[in-house]
Design a binder for this molecule. Structure first.
Ligand code: PMT
Length: 402
């Protein structure tokens, strides 16, 4: 099936042994209907010939700033504007480092710096190079810049060592490309509110009541919803995460009351809300103006008062809008989740268990069971939180009336 018909893809190839797989990837992209322009680094040409790539793509391969035969200038700006997606496969440690540092000394990097489209990178290198702190720093920088990393696989490497560093197979890269284009449209025109992270309830100027939520789950949902075309309002408690997607409007808050205020205002114009924040149920009745001194008191009693329930407040006024909550339980998980869904007026609840070591606070993975108010239930295996975000949005998109 021509899943990529009419799509313009820049395929960047850098100089690693995995470049031989790029010819097959190129073939798959073309077969899926894409128009592909290959941009190869000078070192890339040592591993695969431009003649092969030109024959497969039906276009001359771009490598130098000026065409060798005609002297014509290759415009990286035009290429950057032409592309609907840029895929760099393989991306060597050197290319990743240059991308992270903006070192524009070849056509591939100048095209990357000019690209207005989404960029995917499929790293390929030896296991020690991949694990090196400098590579990992550069990968983190690219992620921060909004680049999608197609994590390398583990297996036998060109060095005959075994470990993580193999470029993903072309079929897997094609799957990610297809996923990018298919999800791009599905939430277009929808407005979605996401809450994420913990809330901090101040005791005095230096102390607070909080929890271990990192915001990773909620930020993954916000990024995925924006990638599918939604306009997202992300109300975030105190977290150290960054957001890069231009369709995410981020509102930073600290306490449950501030989160309620921001969420209520944003929800007015939204089609759905996904409440992944770990909201403190109680807050100190008073926040001391100055630091509580231990010298002055033997014991300390704090009177806590109940915080507003944001989910229940939105649930009471939601009308046709859809509301998704989370449940974080230690026991009687399923029953407690059902009670929460009913009490808060949710259409769907995402149950994650603190008993599963791959689920919950501050992990990169989560394991969830989705329960809907019409009785539908599905238990998912443990996955990267970005993939869990995909599952949650797929489930939301299936709710009748959304
Ligand atoms: O942030 P991470 O480190 O990635 O971790 C993700 C997570 C574990 C925090 C997330 O997956 C999750 O489970 N979030 C909800 C945690 C929680 O507070 O659960 P709860 O069972 O106490 O609350 C139920 C629902 O009501 C939640 O949707 C919560 O956002 C909402 N709630 C709770 C209390 C309150 N006062 N107002 C609310 O809106």
């Amino acid at each position: 099936m021509q899943t990529l018909k009419g799509k313009h893809i820049v395929l960047g190839i850098s100089g690693g042994i995995a470049a031989y797989k790029s010819a097959y990837l190129l073939r798959l992209l073309i077969k899926a209907g894409a128009e592909v322009q290959v941009v190869i680094t000078p070192n890339g040409k040592e591993f695969i010939t431009p003649a092969t790539l030109a024959a497969l793509s039906g276009k001359p391969v771009v490598s130098e700033f000026f065409a060798a035969n005609t002297g014509e200038w290759h415009s990286h700006v035009d290429l950057g504007l032409w592309s609907d997606l840029m895929v760099i496969a393989p991306a060597t440690a050197s290319t990743i480092g240059k991308m992270a540092g903006g070192v524009a000394d070849n056509m591939l990097i100048t095209t990357y710096l000019s690209a207005k489209s989404h960029v995917m990178v499929a790293p390929a290198m030896d296991l020690d190079m991949w694990a090196h702190p400098s590579t990992q720093r550069n990968i983190a920088t690219l992620e921060h810049d909004g680049v999608e990393i197609i994590q390398p696989a583990s297996g036998e490497l060109a060095s005959h060592l075994t470990g993580k560093g193999r470029m993903q197979e072309p079929e897997e890269i094609l799957r990610r490309v297809e996923l990018y284009f298919s999800r791009n449209e599905s939430l277009k025109g929808k407005r979605i509110l996401v809450t994420a992270g913990p809330t901090y309830e101040d005791i005095d100027p230096v102390r607070f009541i909080g929890n271990y939520s990192s915001g990773k789950m909620g930020f993954a949902i916000a990024e995925e919803a924006a990638a599918r075309g939604a306009e997202v309002t992300l109300v975030a408690g105190p977290v150290s995460l960054q957001t890069v997607h231009p369709r995410i409007r981020r509102i930073d808050v600290r306490s449950a009351r501030q989160m309620l205020e921001a969420a209520e205002e944003a929800f007015e114009v939204c089609d759905a809300a996904i409440l992944s924040a770990a909201v403190a149920d109680y807050a100190p009745e008073h926040c001391h103006v100055s630091k509580i001194k231990r010298e002055n008191i033997d014991g300390l009693e704090l009177r806590l008062v109940r915080n507003p329930d944001i989910a229940a407040a939105l649930g009471a006024s939601k009308g046709k809008r859809k509301l998704v909550g989370f449940a974080l339980e230690t026991d009687h998980e399923h029953d407690n989740a059902l009670v929460k869904m009913e009490r808060k007026g949710l259409d769907m609840i995402v149950l994650n268990s603190l008993r599963n070591p791959l689920a919950g606070f501050n992990k990169d993975t989560n394991q969830v069971t989705v329960i809907k108010s019409d009785g539908y239930e599905k238990e998912y295996p443990a996955k990267d939180k970005r993939d869990v975000a995909c599952d949650i949005l797929d489930e939301l998109e299936c709710i009748e009336g959304f």
